[in-house]
Design a protein around this ligand. Structure first.
Ligand SMILES: Cc1ncc(COP(=O)(O)O)c(C=O)c1O
Length: 377
């Protein structure tokens, strides 16, 4: 039986939630399920304001609109990330300045941060890779000193923490993803975490096509109208119903994922030591979100051969990210080889192993046995 890289998970509660949503006869957004999900996330993260969105990409676009990012501004973001981390700001005309990642956690390298700040720098995007927190103490201190806003792209890290506080709640704004590949999913979805209270009112407006419709629905104004820029970022209530069925199982899902991660880690760490490849590093002060498990091979050739070996055994392992500074768009912003050496190196050597909630012990044993067999050759 093939072992896929990812397998979507059903908690078993989705159908009941969807039936309730159908009975409600409210399919558009900000219905009962959207509210229930948002309040649940606010409780879990102890976050002031959570707005469910159609995706994490859209939550990042909202962040750029909220912070009034404009042409001529610079934003500092990792090159080793998904395109939306940067594209959302480039859409508003900002120039991305790519920062390299730390070789241990593969996160935003806070030691390089200050040297990249210029008078044009408006914001920095900290992406918590694999749900392991960036060095937020240092990042926030440097940003604060220079008047730079911090946005946390926490697509990987819902329910992870840094020094005991939930990821996504440190910067002015944080974002979450509920894409099918994430720990909690509704197919496509996301959330904006509004940590700075002064941004909350405009966040609602931007999310509602630039209108004050949310105030109208609360009875605060007698009609709604166009008051600012915005777009259509509200998650529909049907998807929110599906999402609620997943979020209500937060502890179960995280326990499953933790068991999968711990098993890989225990089995593969000795082999990694023996053969000189890498396994994820989680600093003691980071409570990780168990989003993925990866290996860092010794070379590109070794990675290609490992993925190929696993494929012949019907095991689907994948790599990412192609460095953004070396992409076609990155080059247009001045990206060049050698600019982010750790990113360039890691992106050629990292391989992600199958990782999903219902990955069984016997499937994991097969993956581990085949990685072992590959290195025994
Ligand atoms: C780091 C990061 N940011 C943003 C996104 C975009 O998320 P979405 O698919 O919800 O737009 C992803 C998606 O994989 C991601 O990995």
């Amino acid at each position: 039986m093939p072992i896929p890289f990812n397998k979507p998970y059903l908690t078993g509660r989705e159908t009941a939630c969807l039936e309730r949503a159908f009975a409600n006869l409210q399919f558009s957004g900000d219905g009962p399920f959207t509210h229930e999900c948002a309040r649940l996330i606010e409780r879990v993260l102890e976050c002031r304001r959570v707005l469910l969105t159609t995706s994490c990409t859209h939550a990042l676009e909202m962040a750029a609109l909220l912070l009034e990012i404009k042409p001529g501004d610079e934003i500092i973001a990792p090159s080793f990330t998904f395109v939306s981390t940067v594209n959302a700001f480039a859409l508003r005309g900002a120039r991305p300045v790519f920062i390299d990642v730390r070789p241990d956690t593969l996160n935003f390298d806070e030691k390089q941060f200050a040297s990249l700040i210029t008078p044009r720098t408006r914001a920095a995007v900290a992406m918590h890779y694999a749900g392991v927190g960036c060095e937020l103490d240092a990042i926030l201190e440097i940003a604060g000193k220079h008047g730079v806003e911090v946005i946390e792209d926490n697509a990987h890290g819902f329910s992870g923490g840094y020094r005991g506080r939930p990821l996504g709640t440190f910067g002015a704004l944080g974002t979450l993803s509920f894409h099918e590949t994430k720990n909690f999913s509704c197919g496509e979805g996301g959330a904006l975490l509004v940590n700075r209270p002064d941004l909350a009112a405009r966040a609602e407006i931007i999310r509602e096509k630039g209108t004050n419709r949310s105030r109208f629905f609360r009875g605060e104004v007698d009609k709604y109208t166009w008051v600012d820029l915005g777009s259509s970022y509200v998650l529909g209530d049907i998807l929110a119903a599906f999402l609620l069925a997943q979020l209500e199982q937060l502890e179960n899902i995280q326990a499953r994922r933790r068991a999968v991660w711990d098993y890989y880690h225990a089995a593969l760490s000795p082999l990694a030591k023996q053969h000189g490849f890498g396994v994820p590093f989680v600093p003691a002060h980071c409570e990780q979100a168990y989003h993925m498990f990866y290996l860092v091979t010794r070379s590109l050739a070794e990675r290609t051969a490992l993925i190929q070996h696993l494929r012949t055994k019907a095991i689907h392992a994948v790599f990412h990210y192609v460095p953004l500074h070396l992409s076609e768009m990155g080059a247009r912003f001045g990206g060049r080889p050698g600019q982010c050496p750790v990113t360039e190196d890691i992106s050629e050597r990292l391989v992600r192993l199958p990782f999903y909630n219902v990955l069984t012990r016997s499937e994991q044993d097969r993956v581990i046995d085949e990685v072992t067999a590959f290195y025994a050759r």
